[in-house]
Design a protein around this ligand. Structure first.
Ligand SMILES: *Cc1c(COP(=O)(O)O)cnc(C)c1O
Length: 387
C-alpha cells in the first residue's frame, strides 16, 4: 500500500482519508492521478504483478483497491469491478459445476436472479434460506459449496448471526461470501468475523453520490484473490479509470456520510414507529425490531435504510396507498438504488423481479445526509396527506 496508513493502528475514519495516497515526496500530488492506458510496455515473460494489459490490471485501480482493502481490513489488495453485479458474478464463478449455493430468500433481487439463472441452466443447485434463522441456514450448509450471505438484507433488513454462520460454514468447508453493501466496512468487517470474501456494490455508500456504478471483492486469501482477479481479466467486467477515481473521492468522506445517514435513520425510524399513518417500520435500531439484538451485538451502526409500510386509507389497496405516499413526497426522490447523499424512496414490488414475500406496500427508504427535520417534515406531510 502507498501512503503512511497502517490498518492495524489507524481507525477507519483515518484510513478512509489517508489509505491509497501517493507516496509522500516533494512536489508529489496529494491525490493519485487518473491514468489512461490500455497497454503497458512489456516484452518477454511477465513477472507476477507487472502491468501489461488494461483488462488484466491497471494502476488506475490500485489506490481505490488499497483504500477499500484497508477499510475492510483485508490482507490482499481489493479487486474493483465494473458493477456490484459483476463482483457477485465473480464470486459465484467459484461454485463448481453441479455445486450448491446457499443464499437468503431476501438477498438483493438481482443476485437472486443470477443464482436462479444458474439453477435453471442446471449449472448449480440453489438453496434459499431465511438468513435470520441460524439453524435453518446451518442445515442448508451441509453439502453446500458456497454461502452468499447478506446482512442486513436488501430490502427487508433481516440480520444474520454472521459469526455463527461463518463458523458453521468453515467447519463444513463451505466458501463464504458476505455482501457488505448495506453495513459498509464501518458497520461491520465480515473478514474479521470469519468470511472468506466480501463483495460490495461500490455504487451505494462507498462512492456515495449516485454518480457511478462499480463493485468490489475483498479477501485475506491470496489464492482466492488470484481466482477472482483471473475471472475479472477473463470476463472483462472492468471499471473505468474516472469512475474509480470518483469512487475513491467518495470513499474519503464515507465515515462522515455514513455516520450522519445512520443517525438520521435512527431518528426517523423512532418517529415513524409512533406515526398514526404507519402500519409498520423495519430498522434494526428499533428495540422491537427482529434484527435489533444481533445488530447491536455485531454491528457498530444500524445502517441507513428503513423499511416502511404506510397504513392503507379506505378504498385503497396497500400497494396503491404506498404509491400515493411516494407521490406526495417533495424532498425524498422516488428512485431505485441507495447509499447516496440524497434521500431516496422506492416501493420495491413495483419491480416485477422483487421477491413475492416482500409486502406490496413495502417502501425502502435510503436515508441521506440532509437535515433530519427537513426529511421528517416531508415524510410526515406525505403520510398525513393520505388520511
Ligand atoms: C445494488 C446492490 C448490488 C448490485 O450492485 P450494482 O452496483 O447495482 O451492480 C448488490 N448487492 C446489494 C446488496 C446491492 O444493494
Amino acid at each position: 500500500m502507498t501512503g503512511a496508513t497502517d490498518p492495524q493502528q489507524h481507525s477507519p475514519a483515518t484510513l478512509a482519508v489517508h489509505a491509497g495516497r501517493p507516496a509522500r515526496a516533494q512536489g508529489a500530488g496529494i491525490n493519485p492521478p487518473i491514468t489512461l492506458n490500455s497497454t503497458f510496455v512489456s516484452q518477454g515473460e511477465i513477472p507476477p504483478g507487472e502491468l501489461f494489459y488494461g483488462r488484466a490490471d491497471t494502476d488506475a485501480w490500485h489506490a481505490f483497491e488499497d483504500a477499500l482493502a484497508a477499510l475492510e481490513g483485508a490482507r490482499q489488495r481489493g479487486i474493483v469491478f465494473g458493477s456490484g453485479m459483476s463482483a457477485v458474478a465473480s464470486v459465484l464463478s467459484l461454485v463448481p459445476p453441479g455445486g450448491v449455493v446457499v443464499l437468503p430468500r431476501h438477498a438483493y433481487h438481482t443476485s437472486k436472479l443470477v443464482a436462479q439463472d444458474l439453477a435453471e441452466r442446471q449449472r448449480a443447485t440453489v438453496r434459499e434460506v431465511d438468513i435470520a434463522d441460524t439453524a435453518a441456514v446451518v442445515a442448508a450448509l451441509d453439502g453446500a459449496d458456497l454461502l452468499l450471505a447478506e446482512s442486513p438484507t436488501n430490502p427487508v433488513l433481516e440480520v444474520a448471526d454472521l459469526p455463527a454462520l461463518l463458523a458453521a460454514a468453515r467447519d463444513r468447508g463451505v466458501v463464504t461470501v458476505v455482501d457488505n453493501t448495506f453495513a459498509t466496512p464501518l458497520g461491520q468487517r465480515p473478514l474479521a468475523l470469519g468470511a472468506d470474501l466480501v463483495v460490495h456494490s461500490v455504487s451505494k455508500y462507498i462512492a456515495g453520490h449516485s454518480d457511478v456504478v462499480l463493485g468490489a471483492v475483498l479477501t485475506d486469501d491470496a489464492a482466492l484473490a488470484e481466482r477472482i482477479r483471473g475471472h475479472r481479466a477473463l470476463h472483462g467486467a472492468i471499471a473505468g479509470p474516472f469512475e474509480v477515481w470518483l469512487a475513491l473521492r467518495g470513499l474519503r468522506t464515507l465515515p462522515l456520510r455514513y455516520e450522519r445517514a445512520c443517525a438520521n435513520a435512527d431518528e426517523l425510524a423512532r418517529r415513524l414507529a409512533d406515526h398514526p399513518a404507519v402500519a409498520g417500520v423495519r430498522h434494526p435500531s428499533l428495540p422491537g425490531d427482529p434484527g435489533h439484538e444481533r445488530a447491536r451485538a455485531q454491528m457498530s451502526t444500524y445502517g441507513a435504510v428503513i423499511g416502511l409500510r404506510p397504513a392503507a386509507g379506505a378504498g385503497r389497496s396497500p400497494g396503491e396507498a404506498a404509491d400515493a405516499v411516494v407521490a406526495a413526497l417533495r424532498l425524498w426522490t422516488p428512485a431505485t438504488s441507495l447509499g447516496g447523499v440524497e434521500s431516496l424512496v422506492e416501493r420495491r414490488r413495483r419491480l416485477g423481479s422483487e421477491s413475492a414475500t416482500v409486502p406490496e406496500d413495502f417502501l425502502r427508504l435510503s436515508v441521506g445526509i440532509e437535515d433530519v427535520e427537513d426529511l421528517w417534515a416531508d415524510l410526515d406531510q406525505a403520510l398525513r396527506s393520505q388520511g
